[in-house]
Structures are given as structure tokens and as C-alpha cells.
Design a protein around this ligand. Sequence first.
Ligand code: G3H
Length: 199
Amino acid sequence: MNLHIIPRPIYLTRHGESVYNTQDRVGGDCELSKRGELYAKKLKEFFKKEQEKEKFKDVKIFTSTLKRAMSTANEIDLGVKPLYLKMLDEINTGLCDGMTYEEIQEIYPFEYNERSFDKLRYRYPRGESYMDVIQRIEPIIFEIERQRVPVIVVAHNAVVRCLYTYFTQYEIENIPHLEVPLHNVIKLTPETYHCSEIR
Ligand code: G3H
């Protein structure tokens, strides 16, 4: 929407690698792995350097209410506490929570096929679809847009995919297939008609 034209970076990152990431499991609320903890520490150094480079005093940090995201965001030491928002939680995998993709395919083959057929609109039983996540994060998009100071978002794969797509005007159909690797920071700077991007 470009609510205002004051240039300020928006940093998007997933949480550090979690124990479930190492097992290829979806959902849950587990802790960071050792590598994930190391990423959180590196993030702290990275943002110290960014602060010097971008010369900002104030900053907003938004994260989810899940342990892996909170532990990552809590390491960022820029003099402000993160805001923990349920709306930034990972896509709710409902019945499949805590399962590996192989287990889902074996135990719920119908669900697995339905999701492969239309990953954007598929809703996990008792959980969410990407379309649901897009709706859920709308208020945080307004919040990010209206900020005049840099914003750091530490969230999850599905959520970062949706936020990234909003700011880069990428095709909605591609959202569930976007590559958002762990241990990467995406720096977007809104300009007149688009966002410049550095990873
Ligand atoms: O379920 C959690 C994953 O990080 C989202 O990945 O939508 O590609 O399965 P997926």
C-alpha cells in the first residue's frame, strides 16, 4: 500500500533451526537445535552491524508465540524487547501436527494428495490453509507498513512466505512453493513502486 514513503528496512527471517526441523516434522512447539542457537547468536551480531550501517536508534521486533521463534528473537540485542504475536505463529497443521511428511503420506494419504493438488487452498483438518494464514496476518502487514522505523520479523516458513509475497508482489499461487531457507535474513526496503531486496 505504501502508506508513507519514509525508507526503512524490513527484515524477515525464519527462526533458527529447531529440533523438529532436523527431523523434518511439521508444527509443534519445540526448542532450537544447537545450529539454531548458533544462528540466533549470529543474528545478534548481524543486527548490531546493521544498526551501525543503517544508523537507526529505534527498531521494532515482531515474533510469534512459539518457543523456536521467541528464543531466536530474544537474542537480538538492540535495546527493545520483541513483541510476541500469535498472529505470526506457524501455519496450524491440525491433525498432522508433529508428524513427518512421510508419516502424513502413510497415515493420511488422502490429505497428503489433496495438499499436493492445491497447497495454497488446502486446509489441514482442524488446522489452517495458506489462504487462512494470509487472512490472519493482515493486521500485522498494516502494522509493518505504518512503521517509520526499521522492522525485524522473526517468524516461520509459511508466514515469511506470505509476508515476502505481499511486499514483493509475487504471484499468490507461488506462495506455498517459495524457497525461504533457514538461517537467511531477507532485507526489504520499500521504494516508490517496489521493494529492493538483499539476502
Ligand atoms: O508446516 C510447516 C512448514 O514449515 C511449512 O512448510 O507448507 O512447505 O509444508 P510447507
